[in-house]
Write a protein that binds this ligand. Structure first.
Ligand SMILES: Nc1ncnc2c1ncn2[C@@H]1O[C@H](COP(=O)(O)OP(=O)(O)O)[C@@H](O)[C@H]1O
Ligand SMILES: [Mg+2]
Length: 456
């Protein structure tokens, strides 16, 4: 009986044990489910938050792998996508985009992964026939994935462009104003200078002609007088006073020197006449209208005016002028203004050679002399070309770029005005519808090419 009771008890306990075990298992299960649910909720919340964040950022957000395959595309991207997201996810960039762009993009993705650094790029895509500009950051996300965040900056770009255009316009206006000012200043200067030169030339012209004309007579008279003295000398030289005076005067010397003196005076006045003529040609008062002129005459008169700078000096031999003049027709132009251009180019050439001379000895210059080569030719039925080349100091690219700007000069204060080139350019291009080109090599020399129409 006791045993039976014990057995019952055991069975009961066993049963109870099994029940408890089951209950425990259930609790465990419930507990696990609960935790899972909680985790799930938390994750869900997290995802919802993330999604909200994504949507709030109105950017294109794309996850890509190292081979450029689209893994995920955030919904916020939709308005700025090259193709709808469904047509992108799972595909590679090369399957979606034009290959040149895809090449470039894949490069960026792979570089970001390789360097583990965020890359920034700007690019534009045609979406719905509209060019959209993007600014993108490509950041490493996993082992071999990146997140590509791109922002539409078309509006900003447009504004930038507008601003740039406005600035350009303003700069142009300023440039134009500057040029007008220079032109006004210069034309004022030139016209008063021209008038002065013309006036002086005119005033000198008369007395010089007077002297020059009379020199011929003086020559004749002195010749006659010398002959007369010769004759006297043969017959009537006994008086001691005459003897004394003859001795004092050194008659023999006078006899040989007087003709020489007169000859050099004649050369001198001839030269003054040439200079006066050049001054007149140079400052031609017919500036107001187009005239048919001989260009060579203009160049030659300018060279003559510059003679004092070309001739031999203590520190250097004379500057060689080599002319290759072609057969030119008369050219319809503003002669005075064109002469001014020749003057500007030639003085610049001389300046450039003097600058090069400053580091050379007389002998060195003599071995490699200063030369200005002037070529003229007809190049077309209605065009001529004038080339002025020097073997001076030359220009850097930087100087060449700025050379035409008013007031630009590389010369010391007081010696350069920086106006010569800008005025010359204007006279050639605007006043004569021509072209002015420059070829220069540093330390070798410079050549200016002027091209102007024969008829305007
Ligand atoms: N033939 C040349 N060789 C070298 N540099 C030159 C030559 N012509 C012009 N330049 C450069 O262009 C600049 C501007 O010339 P320009 O307008 O005549 O002004 P400026 O002669 O008063 O300096 C010069 O300062 C010089 O640097
Ligand atoms: Mg100059």
């Amino acid at each position: 009986l006791y045993q039976e009771a014990l057995h019952k008890q055991v069975t009961f306990l066993q049963l109870q044990n099994a029940e408890l075990k089951q209950e425990l298992a259930e609790y465990k299960h419930k507990y696990q489910a609960l935790i899972a649910q909680k985790e799930h909720d938390a994750f869900n919340n997290y995802q919802v938050e993330l999604l909200a964040l994504f949507n709030a950022i109105e950017d294109v957000i794309i996850v890509l792998n190292a081979e450029g395959r689209y893994l995920k595309v955030a919904p916020s991207s939709a308005p700025s996508l090259y193709k709808p997201a469904v047509e992108m996810v799972g595909k590679t960039m090369h399957e979606v985009l034009p290959s040149v762009i895809a090449d470039n993009f894949l490069d960026c993705v792979q570089q970001a992964i390789a360097t583990k650094k965020t890359r920034k790029i700007e690019y534009s895509l045609f979406i719905d026939n509209r060019e959209i500009c993007f600014e993108a950051s490509i950041a490493v996300m996993g082992e071999d994935t990146v997140v590509w965040v791109a922002r539409d900056i078309s509006e900003r770009k447009q504004m930038e462009n507008q601003l740039r255009k406005q600035t350009e316009n303003l700069e142009q206006t300023i440039q134009e104003l500057k040029r007008t000012q220079t032109q006004m200043l210069q034309s004022e200067k030139m016209s008063s200078l021209g008038q002065l030169v013309a006036g002086v030339a005119h005033e000198i012209n008369n007395p010089v002609n007077f002297i020059h004309g009379n020199l011929t007579h003086v020559e004749q008279y002195s010749q006659d007088l010398l002959e007369l003295i010769d004759l006297y000398q043969q017959y009537n030289l006994t008086q001691p006073e005459i003897q004394d005076l003859l001795h004092e005067l050194d008659l023999e010397f006078i006899q040989t020197d007087l003709p020489k003196t007169l000859k050099s005076m004649k050369i001198g006045t001839q030269r003054i006449r040439e200079i006066v003529l050049s001054l007149r040609t140079f400052s031609r008062m017919d500036e107001a209208e187009f005239k048919e002129v001989d260009i060579h005459e203009g160049i030659d008169s300018t060279l003559l005016i510059l003679q004092h700078r070309l001739k031999e000096q203590v520190k250097r031999p004379g500057i060689e002028i080599i002319k290759y003049y072609g057969k030119l027709p008369l050219i319809e132009c503003y002669a005075g203004q064109l002469n001014q251009v020749f003057m500007n180019l030639l003085t610049n050439a001389i300046d450039a050679m003097e600058e090069k001379n400053s580091t050379r000895t007389f002998e060195e210059i003599q071995a490699n002399p200063n030369q200005i080569i002037i070529r003229t030719s007809v190049i077309d039925t209605n065009w001529i070309e004038i080339a002025i080349a020097d073997n001076g100091i030359g220009m850097t690219d930087e100087v060449q770029k700025q050379m035409l700007n008013p007031f630009f000069t590389t010369k010391p204060i007081g010696s350069g005005t920086g106006m010569g080139m800008s005025i010359s350019y204007q006279i050639i291009t605007e006043k004569h519808s021509g072209k002015l080109n420059c070829f220069s090599t540093l330390n070798q020399g410079t050549e200016f090419l002027i091209q102007i129409p024969i008829r305007q």
